[in-house]
Design a protein. Structure first.
Lengths: 327, 684
């Protein structure tokens, strides 16, 4: 319990640092970003509009830096992320709100599958050393891990969607089908999400394979595995409950690092597939210099990653009794 | 980044770089095929980046051809504006490499400063830096870079590299901090600190040189990350759009709809280049990883070759009911590929039912290797190259059973044999118990693996009775190993070993890690259990005085060979080998009057080299000329004292030793009769 609380405190602190970074970055730019934006957008700067953007950036000519910071935090606390320029006058919050479920579903499924497949293959490659398939996994995966996600997306899309026509070219579902919990919608969503998911899985699975393989090789040489062998246990139990059970712990602990990387890759993958998730929103934001949107997306992604990490920590506690009895 | 970071995880634990051999790892790394291929790939890209632009045309020149596939004029075709794709590809190598290298240099500088200063200065400074490192570890890097870089749409190469390194330094900083902490606690750094060397000097002359392989590996990993991140940014349209990079190429291809036009030659090559460069760097990294840490090359175990090499007599049924184990001419070799080390050389030893044979020797004498061989736990790189370990099972009808050569057991037969007949108590129960399984689970799985008919509940009750036997309360069944004290863990190990009532217990330094009081209690309990259950014991320890108390027969091991074997009284009263005498003089007696302790000068010989004479000669106070040239073998002492019993020795001092009498006093060879079995009445 103490472990979990400590992690929670850490994630809250990290979220606060991310928020602060978000606050600082626009202020490092020369000039008043709000005025800059209005110039760029050629929108008449009505007092109301300026106020809306003031909120988005927390930039205010009337307050000092500390005051700005507090009002910025206050706005965030109310879930106010400002107004999007691209989708003016829609708020950043509702733009992200529409995109978020797509990303969470796609990334959630792809990440979990990638972790499971990678862990199993890594176990396999460590325990079956000498077989051609197991040994070829290492060079193949090291090549795979260096492939940029978005490029793999381009190639997959060209081949399976453009040339073969098996899958739709873009989007998250068939536009004719209303979004809801209907079979028609779910099936079209699965068909649309298939290629992006495969792209994310193939690009990210290599990391899991390599790390699980390394950890398995390390645990296989541990004394407790030797003892398990000496005890005459069945091979399956030795591999599952003694070697793999311990090898998977650091893998879950390193979930944090990997996830940040996978999310980055997935963001770019969404752009390739014009998938209606937050990666695509981020792309729109960057292309249109929609800073409130870009910053909002960064914050949301950060909070997503931190939450996923927290879940990984909870799983870790379930799997490792040593964390449970920390006094 | 995943490539490196994950491969590095394993280093955190055993991050023990040696203060030697700085050039050695580089040399052996260069011989590795992986490193060679990696260098060739990197070389091609560096060549393209340096010389390429002067060899190909201007990548920005448009032409009226428009979009066209590969042809002799345009090797990789043209873009929609008629620009040559190959020229763009070559030009792009420059930006990718520069950004990658630059970001890696900046980021590694930050990592080294943060990692080393944190580990060295400690205290609040370390806390703050660690916290900062952890925060940057979990912040999603690419989105952060995008947020920062999106404010600099036309950012130059340097700025992009700077922003990337801002998000890339954390992982390396953590790894370097861990490595520095481990180096800091090592002898050579400790002594430098004690000698009052300034911190700056220690860091630059003691710490940094030892971290070069680690830093190199991290550098390459960061470079892969930076190259990929730059490509991602460029693909998003961040960074100067008129500098050619692989990411920019794909950005234009995507924008021009190359995808819908199936213009694969436009966007496939840049991605392949990225993957190839990344794979090249990863290969280099693997090479450093393998050789920078002096990791022995692991080989696959080939059991079949054992049999070919072994010279063993036929399996004749033995007529010696009270012999339970007979080790004959056993040799174990550690084969690390480049060199072979003979850890156990031609050892023969017998064990009687219910008796205890103690094996004494310094670390590295081969005693644990011998114990593992007897327990069927030899695994690569160790390999039994000759000899046999014959086990005499108890037959149900009381007639002598057929001997089993445990070295030859395989598969399911071997699995059933293990623990049922021979069980082991390891030195460190903390390492030998599975940290994530409860004591109950680890006891019951042993029982149920051999007694499939036993239910989970019965097995639980069985485990409870076992704990009673060793004096651990039953409520500890559901505890995990880390919740027990060292003594309790060792008791659990013993309970586990007794689970199936094996004939033989191998005790591999079972009490070395414990304090004297606990040690005494546990030894006492073991002795009681032995009287009760009649198991035979092979007790391994470096502590000869301990063996004097519990063993019936003592075998002294030196440099992989038995140098003296005898009844405990004989070893104690009239040690024949100077090494045995030395061991006796250097270990405090558990009982009896105090005496002055003396050590044995010198170190055991390097087993990689073959020794012509007696392996102990260089340390022996009674060395003769003969000792340097001729190797003594283990022979029965003719002048053995009848009051103390049989004794064999491998030493030229005892020229009266009679080679015609079979050497090992306690091997149950026909001439000798039941030697060790003299104590055997206890057992049968």
């Amino acid at each position: 319990m103490r472990f979990i609380l400590r992690r929670l405190a850490f994630y809250v602190a990290t979220a606060w640092i991310a928020i602060t970074i978000n606050f600082i970055i626009p202020r490092l730019m020369p000039g008043n970003p709000v005025i800059e934006l209005f110039n760029r957008l050629r929108i008449t700067a009505t007092p109301g509009a300026i106020k809306a953007f003031d909120i988005a950036f927390g930039v205010s000519t009337r307050e000092g830096l500390t005051g700005q910071y507090w009002s910025y935090l206050g706005q965030l606390a109310h879930g106010n992320l400002g107004i999007s320029i691209t989708y003016y006058p829609t708020t950043v919050g509702s733009v992200i709100g529409q995109a978020l479920p797509w990303t969470v579903a796609l990334l959630g499924v792809a990440t979990v599958l990638s972790f499971l497949i990678g862990t199993l293959l890594g176990m396999f490659s460590a325990t079956r050393r000498g077989s051609v398939f197991a040994d070829s996994l290492v060079p193949v995966t090291s090549l795979l891990s260096a492939i940029p996600y978005f490029w793999l997306g381009l190639v997959v899309l060209t081949f399976f969607a453009v040339d073969l026509g098996w899958f739709p070219l873009n989007g998250g579902s068939n536009p004719g089908v209303p979004i809801g919990l209907s079979w028609a919608f779910i099936s079209t969503a699965v068909v649309h999400g298939f290629l992006p998911a495969v792209t994310i899985i193939v690009s990210s699975v290599a990391g899991w394979i390599l790390s699980m393989r390394n950890m398995m090789l390390a645990t296989l040489s541990e004394d407790y595995v030797l003892l398990a062998e000496a005890k005459g246990l069945h091979r399956r139990r030795i591999i599952m409950m003694y070697a793999a059970r311990n090898a998977i712990l650091p893998n879950i602990a390193s979930f944090a690092l990997a996830l940040g990387f996978i999310v980055g890759g997935a963001v770019l993958t969404e752009i390739v597939f014009s998938y209606p998730g937050i990666g695509y929103v981020l792309f729109q934001g960057v292309t249109n210099e929609d800073y409130p949107l870009v910053q909002g997306v960064f914050l949301i992604i950060t909070i997503m990653v931190l939450s996923a990490n927290f879940i990984a920590d909870a799983v870790y506690v379930l799997l490792d009794p040593r964390t449970r009895s920390q006094r | 980044m995943t490539v490196v970071t994950l491969s590095e995880l394993s280093e955190l634990g055993d991050g023990e770089a040696l203060p030697t051999d700085q050039k050695g790892w580089l040399r052996s790394a260069l011989r590795s095929r992986k490193v060679q291929i990696g260098l060739v790939i990197l070389g091609i890209f560096v060549f393209a980046a340096v010389a390429g632009p002067s060899l190909v045309g201007n990548p920005s020149t448009t032409s009226v051809i428009g979009l066209s596939g590969p042809s002799s004029a345009h090797l990789l075709g043209t873009t929609n504006e008629g620009q040559d794709v190959f020229a763009q590809l070559v030009y792009s190598a420059r930006v990718s490499l520069i950004v990658g290298a630059l970001a890696a240099v900046i980021s590694m500088t930050m990592s080294v400063v943060v990692g080393i200063s944190g580990a060295f200065l400690g205290g609040l400074w370390d806390d703050v830096l660690s916290m900062l490192t952890n925060v940057f570890l979990v912040l999603p890097a690419l989105p952060l870079v995008i947020v920062i870089a999106s404010y600099f749409k036309d950012a130059g190469t340097l700025l992009i590299a700077l922003v990337i390194s801002l998000t890339a330094w954390a992982w390396s900083a953590r790894v370097i901090r861990a490595q520095t902490l481990s180096l800091r606690s090592r002898d050579f750094v400790q002594s430098a600190r004690a000698a009052g060397e300034p911190v700056r000097r220690i860091v630059f002359f003691e710490i940094l040189p030892n971290e070069i392989p680690l830093i190199a590996a991290q550098f390459l990993g960061t470079m892969i990350f930076a190259v990929l991140t730059q490509a991602g940014l460029a693909f998003l349209g961040i960074g100067s759009a008129n500098t050619w990079s692989w990411g920019t190429m794909m950005y234009w291809a995507e924008n021009a709809g190359a995808l819908q036009l199936s213009a694969w030659w436009w966007f496939v090559p840049p991605g392949l280049c990225l993957a190839l460069l990344g794979a090249g760097l990863a290969l280099l990294n693997f090479g450093i990883d393998e050789f920078g840490h002096n990791r022995p090359v692991k080989r696959r175990h080939r059991r079949a070759s054992n049999r070919a090499l072994r010279t063993r007599p036929d399996d004749l049924p033995r007529q010696l009911g009270d012999t339970v184990l007979d080790v004959k001419n056993l040799s174990v070799v550690y084969d690390t590929g480049s060199e072979a080390l003979r850890a156990v050389n031609d050892v023969s030893l017998g064990l009687g039912v219910g008796t205890t044979v103690g094996i004494a020797g310094e670390s590295g004498s081969g005693k644990s290797t011998l114990a593992h061989a007897i327990a069927t736990l030899t695994r690569p790189p160790a390999e039994i190259v000759s000899g046999s370990v014959e086990y005499f099972p108890v037959s149900s009808d009381g007639k002598p059973a057929k001997a089993v050569d445990v070295v030859r057991l395989e598969g399911e037969e071997l699995r059933r044999f293990r623990w049922e007949e021979i069980a082991v108590v390891f030195q460190s129960a903390l390492n030998a118990l599975n940290p994530v399984l409860s004591i109950r689970a680890q006891l019951t799985d042993t029982i149920r693996a051999h007694r499939p008919g036993v239910s989970r509940r019965e097995a639980g009750a069985w485990a409870g009775r076992l704990l009673d036997e060793v004096g651990v309360t039953r409520d500890r069944l559901d505890a995990f190993p880390h919740q027990l004290s060292g003594g309790m863990r060792q008791r659990v190990m013993i309970a586990m070993a007794l689970a199936l009532q094996p004939q033989i217990l191998i005790m591999d330094e079972p009490t070395t890690a414990l304090d004297v009081v606990t040690q005494r209690q546990i030894l006492k309990r073991i002795a009681e259990l032995q009287t009760e259950l009649h198991f035979a014991m092979v007790f391994i320890t470096h502590d000869l005085s301990l063996l004097l108390e519990i063993a019936d027969v003592i075998a002294v091991m030196y440099a992989g060979e038995l140098v003296e074997v005898g009844r405990t009284q004989a070893i104690y009263k009239v040690p024949a080998h100077p090494y045995t005498a030395g061991l006796l003089a250097s270990s405090p007696p558990l009982r009896g009057p105090r005496r002055t302790l003396t050590g044995i000068p010198g170190l055991p010989p390097d087993l990689h080299r073959s020794i012509a004479g007696c392996p102990f000669a260089s340390r022996c106070s009674r060395r003769m000329d003969r000792c340097d040239v001729e190797r003594p073998t283990l022979v029965r002492l003719r002048s053995e004292d009848p009051r103390y019993g049989e004794q064999s020795v491998a030493c030229w001092l005892h020229t009266d030793a009679a080679p015609d009498i079979p050497p090992v006093a306690f091997a149950p060879s026909p001439q000798e009769g039941p030697a060790a079995g003299a104590e055997g009445e206890r057992g049968t």
